[in-house]
Design a binder for this molecule. Structure first.
Ligand code: HEC
Length: 163
């Protein structure tokens, strides 16, 4: 008896569940989202750059070196009080998407712009809008300083094991 096919089916189902709220996850199919597509109330303005997001951070003012461990541990401490009630460090969704892979899904300046001021990007960013449809919660502004945000980014990079 070969049990492999059933294991494969179960694993596939599990992956779908885990990735359902991730950046590239499958879009929920419902009549509601179909009608959203035709009405498009939050159509992305043509001057919005989905790789950069909206805010002061961009390619030229964000530079990354190899991971700074002391910044990463400060970021970890801030995340523990302000973020991990909604975000797991794995791929699993809690209230918001899991953080594993977040630094490979998004540019560093997109992350910094979003976490320092989520509201304008919730209105415009196609990826955030897709996540909002699945998570049904708008990420609140957590009042991060630029330093807080940079330290959290360092922690996310460490969590992802990217250099
Ligand atoms: C109340 C719950 C909540 C808290 C607290 C929260 N988030 Fe979020 N976050 C969300 C939700 C929900 C989303 C998905 C987008 C949306 O619906 O607004 C999200 C999305 C994100 C994303 C995009 C993820 C991706 O995969 O592209 C990042 C990055 C992020 N949050 C970082 C943070 C950071 C950093 C903090 C802490 C300073 C934080 N979040 C605190 C709920 C939360």
């Amino acid at each position: 008896m070969n049990k492999k096919p059933i294991v494969f089916v179960l694993m596939t189902a599990f992956c779908w569940a885990v990735f359902a709220c991730g950046g590239g996850g499958p879009k929920a199919e419902s009549n509601e989202s179909a009608s959203d597509a035709t009405v498009a109330p939050n159509a992305t303005p043509s001057d919005y750059d989905p790789k950069r997001g909206e805010g002061k951070f961009n390619k030229s003012n964000v530079t990354l070196g190899s991971i700074d461990q002391s910044m990463a541990s400060k970021g970890e401490a801030i995340a523990a009080t302000k973020c991990t009630s909604c975000h797991k460090l794995t791929e699993e969704k809690l209230v918001g998407p899991g953080w594993k892979g977040v630094t490979t899904r998004n540019t560093p300046y997109w992350i910094l712009n979003f976490i320092t001021n989520p509201d304008p990007m919730i209105e415009k960013d196609p990826k955030i809008q897709a996540q909002l449809e699945l998570c049904l919660v708008r990420m609140p502004n957590q009042g991060l300083t630029e330093t807080d945000a940079r330290e959290i980014l360092e922690f996310m990079r460490k969590n992802d094991g990217t250099n």
